[in-house]
Design a protein around this ligand. Structure first.
Ligand code: ADP
Length: 481
């Protein structure tokens, strides 16, 4: 059976307590392996290792940091299939999706290897001929990165790559459900020769690890992807030492389909937005609004598409959707559907799930589900579902669609389907979201800024934007003769 350790100061080590925790396969609840469980002691060790690595790493030429990262990128591509298998084993998504994710994870490493070379300062004309103004960009410092289970490979590199490219050592705490692909990714960073202390990996009780990192003044930045509730906690706890904070939190994406939309395109893109990763994506569509005149046709087309989706373990051939991550996730999906039904919604397809295996905590599947006769008071229209359910509410006018879409404390992703360029731009500009997919259900990509407004987060990851939050601005005022 697989048993993995913590990575601190360039070495793999057991937890001093000898404690471990179980990692389950979401497909059937079988045991994938055991992972070492860190306590305060190991967290402090990792911080000290990062502190020792900081100065040398930060003062290397960007080109040299890039060379390490390019080697890491190459190793990630060479081992992509192996990591993808681990990913599917511990996370459940179909193998083809897992492979796509690992390649995306590698792409972040490559992108930031390059971007690190373009950390430009500025010179600014002074008001006096005896002064010069210089603006430098320098690494923020030691960074704590806390990542979720839904993209256990790409979230790891989306955070580590810009940080280390900017010169910041990183302490990574991946989600307890999915530590093993993080272990494989970090092992390749080790093989690429990235010096000790620049990257550490800790797993274990989130609160113990999180609190120890957050209380320590040596940690200067926290970058987090996960739930809004945990993000708020981390932000509060960061206040005592005024750490920089980047947060990618929950979402509740509206999907607007206007009467002038290409309905086949809208259906095809919705499959990507809702079925991929079993709907467990923060930018996944959570509620669909369709203009009244095309509702029947859209629902019919969606029903046909959803009914044809095959579910199963991520390793089975020809499946498009895997299991939910665990029992808690299944219960939430079920509760959202039951609440909607109790308030008058109707099931078009799906509306039920099943369980495989012996373990009560994992092995849960939920059928792709469409709900109609949906109203705004249903929980599913307000809270993140993280499952393959599409509730559909009709609207009459563009104003009404915008009002419904913007009526959320979330502001991550939104989608608009229309063949009218004017409407597309008009509506996109008015949507209160960090990301708009205009006739596009899959906007996330390495070179674009990913992030939300309102309670969906702070800051942007990806592209040239993503490195900024790992850099401090230093102003040098120079007096000359
Ligand atoms: P989810 O509910 O989708 O699992 P979470 O926000 O709970 O999302 O988890 C995202 C990441 O945050 C995981 O790595 C998890 O271990 C971590 N986490 C959860 N609670 C805390 C906490 N109190 N302090 C630090 N990290 C936490």
């Amino acid at each position: 059976m697989r048993k993995e350790k913590l990575y601190i100061n360039g070495q793999w080590q057991e937890a001093a307590s000898g404690e471990t925790f179980d990692v389950l396969n979401p497909a059937d609840g079988s045991l994938v392996g055991k992972m070492a469980s860190a306590g305060r002691e190991e967290v402090l060790q990792a911080i000290t290792a990062a502190e020792q690595a900081l100065e040398e790493w930060a003062s290397l030429p960007a080109q040299v940091r890039a060379n390490y990262m390019k080697k890491w990128h190459q190793l990630l591509l060479e081992k992509a299939e192996k990591i993808a298998r681990t990913l599917t084993m511990e996370q459940g998504k179909p193998l083809a999706e897992a492979l796509g994710e690992v390649k995306a994870a590698a792409a972040f490493v490559e992108w930031y290897a390059e971007e690190g070379k373009r950390v430009y300062g500025e010179t600014i004309p002074a008001s006096s001929s005896r002064k010069r103004i210089l603006v430098l960009k320098q690494p923020v410092g030691i960074t704590a990165a806390i990542t979720p289970w839904n993209f256990p490979a790409s979230m790891v590199t989306r955070k580590i790559s810009p940080a280390i490219a900017a010169g910041c050592p990183v302490i990574l705490k991946p989600a307890e459900q999915t530590p093993f692909c993080a272990v494989e990714i970090i092992q390749l960073a080790h093989e690429a020769g990235i010096p000790k202390g620049v990257i550490s990996l800790l797993t274990g009780p989130p609160e113990v690890i999180g609190d120890t990192l957050l209380e320590d003044p040596r940690i200067r930045k926290v970058t987090f992807t996960g739930s809004t509730a945990v993000g708020k906690k981390l932000m509060k706890k960061s206040a005592d030492t005024v750490k920089q904070v980047s947060l990618e939190l929950g979402g509740h994406a509206p999907y607007l389909v206007f009467e002038d939309a290409d309905l086949d395109k809208a259906v095809k893109e919705l499959i990507g937005s809702k079925i991929r990763n079993c709907g467990q994506i923060c930018i996944a569509t959570n509620r669909l609004y369709v203009q009244e005149s095309v509702e029947k046709e859209l629902v019919q087309k969606l029903k046909t598409a959803f009914s044809g989706i095959k579910m199963g373990s991520g390793f089975e051939e020809d499946i498009q959707m895997g299991p939910l991550i665990d029992e808690k996730a299944y219960q939430k999906v079920q509760e959202h559907v039951e609440d909607a039904l109790s308030k008058g919604a109707t099931i078009v397809t799906g509306g039920e799930g099943f369980h495989r295996g012996e373990h009560e905590k994992a092995g849960y599947y939920y059928k792709p589900t469409i709900l109609v006769d949906v109203t705004a008071d249903m929980n599913i229209m307000k809270e993140e579902t993280f499952g393959p359910v599409v509730p559909i509410q009709r609207f009459q006018s563009e104003e009404e669609a915008l009002r419904l879409a913007n009526d959320s404390h979330y502001g991550l992703a939104s989608y608009v389907f229309t063949e009218s360029l004017s409407r597309g731009l008009r509506v996109s500009e008015k949507l209160e979201y960090g990301i708009v997919g205009l006739n596009d259900g899959g906007p996330a990509t390495v070179q674009a800024p990913f992030g939300g407004i309102k309670e969906s987060g702070l800051g942007r990851e990806g592209g040239h934007f993503g490195i900024e939050s790992f850099l401090e601005i230093k102003y040098l005022s120079i007096g000359i003769e």
